[in-house]
Design a protein around this ligand. Structure first.
Ligand code: BGC
Length: 759
């Protein structure tokens, strides 16, 4: 399975840099050209370390109490992508001579990105050039670049110059008003040296004072001699030799990165890791990479049958999620993964609601690492709650790298308290799916208790109901509202889940530690229980739907059919107040609540809600269409679900939002996987097992996926009028299909219902 682009198209270059980035959860390198970009072609040349950031003051003309004051931004680190080629006195560049057979291919089974072409120099000499890259999943500090060149009709001298550059700047675009016109500098080189063929460069961020190191070394095949030149900001290795027509020569560049958030002595350890890296050649590392990915596909493999583009997008999404996810308990998943600087490299609720389920059901170890990284942010969340005026509890930052709030516009930033519910949901479903009570005792309980507490402080009692005022739900076109249905629902589930967990821990003699750390009183659990039971959930009886919030349904409705296409996304063309005053949604909100928390909700209200909100939702956020796809399937509209799914799958591969250049839309990629598993197959997680409600749209021949539930691995195949559940490892499991209960130890076949959503 591969993602392929043929021919060099200058206007597509910057977005292809995103598509062809290589990453492993620690390190990400955009698919920029080794030799540099032809003049006039937009490029964002970038390399990123997950969670490695610089900080800056946030400036407000009017700064009120408690506003976020420090911005954190992912740093474009030392650039090791450069390899320029001098072929018999002519410099290789796509802007000179002629290019044939230009191909860019990301092989997602091996994790190797290849760019190949045949270059005819201005003087008419032809050379086959192939660059391969990978970011190692085995040694996350390592990125490898392999350059191979074969003169087709000439013999002569070649010179390869491989660089390590500290003169890096952040992304900028003089033609985009949303970006700086000149790239900001965030990194300062602190030392550069060469030692036994290794070029070591260290650098420090200007304000956050984090340090990093990059160590680069080379191995080659062919008769080259190597020399090094170390400058203050740029180090270079020059390989000089002769080549013969028809004979290939190659160079492998080992690029190792370390940083002070993970390594005590980044420089020393970069050299050590470089030593380890040099023990294998490129094919050796590529083989290790394949084995790692083999194991991943074994447990996670999913397919869409009879529809190549959708299938490719699904696999690419899964691969890219794996490549984006921090696996060290420090890095989380930035909303653009490690593919670009969009959204400053921040982590949002995108992780927990959109991406976490994929890891939870296919790679629970990675899911646990993601939770550990959230647990590590708890002290910051406690601080943030105080900043927001809460004397108790913890409030996770809406957008952040280390845990502190980085949102400069609080109405659609800090006001999104539902992030607490998202974090809690992830911890609770982790417990549900893995049964790992020890982890919940060690890390989960404290997070759940502190964040649950916040609801009691943020909400209040009125006429026997528990209400939550002045928050923003997922839909950012209605801000600071009272009783956002989604928020109240998620708080309710959070409070109930916390009580359930504390009871389970107590029954197993495991509550004491969390109780002591949080000074949890017995009465508090009663308060949680009580507030959950009395949670006010706005409902409009005339329309028969759950109301997005107290005021939403009484606002003026925006007729989306009257708005010209070029005025979308609306946030770029209308003042926020204009949007807040209307019934218009940027993204799924109540519909998302019905997806996540359907228990006890009236089926007809769910169906009517879907219809009502669909008409006023613009999907201006990339987090929306996948939810509508899943809920279309849930409400018995498989063809509609398919249409939404197709758009979900195309988002980055076809750049339908026009900003893939800034990085992938990682949440949408999670949505691409969820669309099959939770959408068409209708999976819902219950405490006693899995529940499915499979459907199959006419335009799909079938689909299959794998998941793991409490140590049992299962493959699900929906095709030819039936759903087949096959146990692949472990003791088997309980599941329900269309509300009928089964215990499956080998396999189960159930005919698909034409109208799966109807109950
Ligand atoms: C969406 C948020 C999302 C953020 C980062 C915004 O446009 O409205 O829900 O968390 O993007 O992806």
């Amino acid at each position: 399975m591969e993602i392929r682009r043929l021919g060099f198209i200058p206007g597509e270059h910057v977005r292809r840099e995103t598509l062809f980035h290589v990453a492993n959860g620690y390190l990400g390198m955009r698919g920029s050209f080794e030799e540099g970009t032809p003049p006039g072609v937009r490029s964002v040349r970038g390399t990123y370390i997950n969670g490695f950031f610089d900080s800056s003051d946030i400036h407000y003309e009017e700064k009120l109490h408690g506003f976020a004051s420090i911005q954190q931004s992912i740093v474009n680190v030392i650039d090791t992508q450069g390899i320029s080629l001098d072929l018999d006195g002519e410099a290789f560049s796509l802007s000179a001579g002629k290019v044939r057979d230009f191909r860019q291919v990301l092989d997602i089974e091996t994790g190797v990105y290849t760019r190949s072409l045949i270059w005819t120099s201005p003087r008419g000499k032809r050379t086959e050039i192939v660059f391969r890259r990978l970011a190692s999943f085995i040694l996350p500090s390592l990125a490898l670049i392999h350059a191979e060149l074969k003169p087709l009709d000439w013999s002569g001298a070649v010179r390869l110059t491989s660089s390590q550059r500290g003169d890096v700047l952040q992304d900028s675009d003089p033609n985009d008003p949303r970006k700086a016109s000149v790239g900001r500098k965030m990194l300062r080189v602190t030392s550069a040296l060469e030692q036994d063929g290794a070029m070591l460069m260290t650098a420090e961020t200007l304000h956050s004072r984090l340090t990093m190191a990059s160590a680069v070394s080379h191995r080659w095949q062919g008769g080259f001699t190597i020399g090094h030149r170390v400058g203050e900001m740029i180090s270079e290795a020059m390989l000089v030799g002769r080549v013969k027509a028809g004979e290939a020569v190659s160079l492998t560049k080992y690029c190792v990165y370390t940083d002070s958030r993970r390594f005590e002595d980044p420089a020393e350890q970069a050299l050590e890791l470089l030593g380890q890296a040099l023990k294998l050649d490129f094919p050796g590392w590529a083989e290790r990479q394949s084995e790692y990915l083999d194991r991943f596909w074994q447990r996670a493999g999913a397919q869409i049958k009879g529809n190549e583009p959708l299938d490719a997008s699904l696999s690419w999404s899964m691969y890219t999620l794996l490549a984006s996810a921090g696996k060290d308990g420090i890095g989380n998943i930035a909303s653009k993964g490690l593919s670009g600087e969009g959204y400053e490299g921040h982590y949002f609720w995108d992780t927990e609601i959109y991406m976490f389920p994929f890891f939870l059901l296919t790679s629970p170890d990675i899911a646990r690492d993601l939770l550990r990284s959230r647990a590590a942010m708890l002290p910051e969340a406690i601080r943030h709650a105080r900043e927001m005026g809460h004397e108790v509890g913890a409030l996770y930052a809406w957008r952040t790298i280390t845990g502190s709030e980085c949102s400069a516009y609080f109405p659609s930033g800090s006001a999104q308290y539902h992030i607490n519910g998202a974090v809690a949901h992830a911890f609770l479903t982790y417990w549900q799916v893995t049964g790992d009570l020890s982890f919940m005792a060690e890390e989960g309980a404290e997070v759940l208790i502190q964040t649950a507490r916040l609801w009691l402080d943020a909400g209040h009692w009125q006429a026997g109901q528990f209400r939550i005022d002045s928050v923003t739900g997922p839909d950012e076109y209605s801000c600071i509202v009272n009783n956002n249905y989604y928020t109240n629902r998620s708080a309710q589930s959070h409070l109930r889940g916390t009580v359930k967990l504390c009871e389970a821990l107590r029954n197993n003699g495991m509550l004491r530690e969390a109780q002591e750390r949080t000074s949890l009183a017995e009465a508090e659990l009663d308060q949680f229980r009580h507030a959950a039971e009395a949670m006010y959930l706005p409902f409009d009886s005339d329309l028969g739907i759950c109301a997005q919030d107290d005021a939403f349904l009484s606002k003026k409705r925006l007729d989306l059919s009257q708005i010209p296409k070029e005025r979308f996304p609306l946030l770029m063309h209308y003042h926020p107040l204009f949007l807040y005053r209307h019934q218009v949604c940027k993204q799924a909100d109540t519909v998302l609540a019905h997806f996540l928390y359907e228990e006890g909700e009236d089926e007809a209200a769910i169906r009517r809600g879907y219809e009502y909100y669909e008409e006023i939702t613009t999907h201006d956020s990339s987090l929306s269409e996948c939810i509508f796809s899943m809920m279309a399937a849930r409400t018995g509209r498989p063809e509609k679900a398919y249409d939404y799914y197709r758009r979900t799958a195309a988002l980055d591969l076809e750049d339908t939002h026009g900003n893939t250049a800034d990085g992938i839309h990682a949440a949408n990629m999670g949505g691409c996987w969820m669309g099959i598993v939770f959408g068409f197959a209708g999976l819902r997680l219950h405490w006693n097992g899995l529940a499915f409600r499979p459907c199959l749209p006419d335009k799909m021949e079938g689909y299959s996926f794998r998941l793991t539930w409490r140590g049992t691995g299962m493959q699900v195949l929906v095709q030819g009028g039936e759903a087949l559940f096959m146990i692949q490892s472990g003791p088997g499991l309980e599941l329900s299909v269309y509300d009928q209960e089964y215990r499956v130890e080998y396999e189960l076949r159930v005919p698909i219902k034409a109208n799966a959503g109807e109950t």
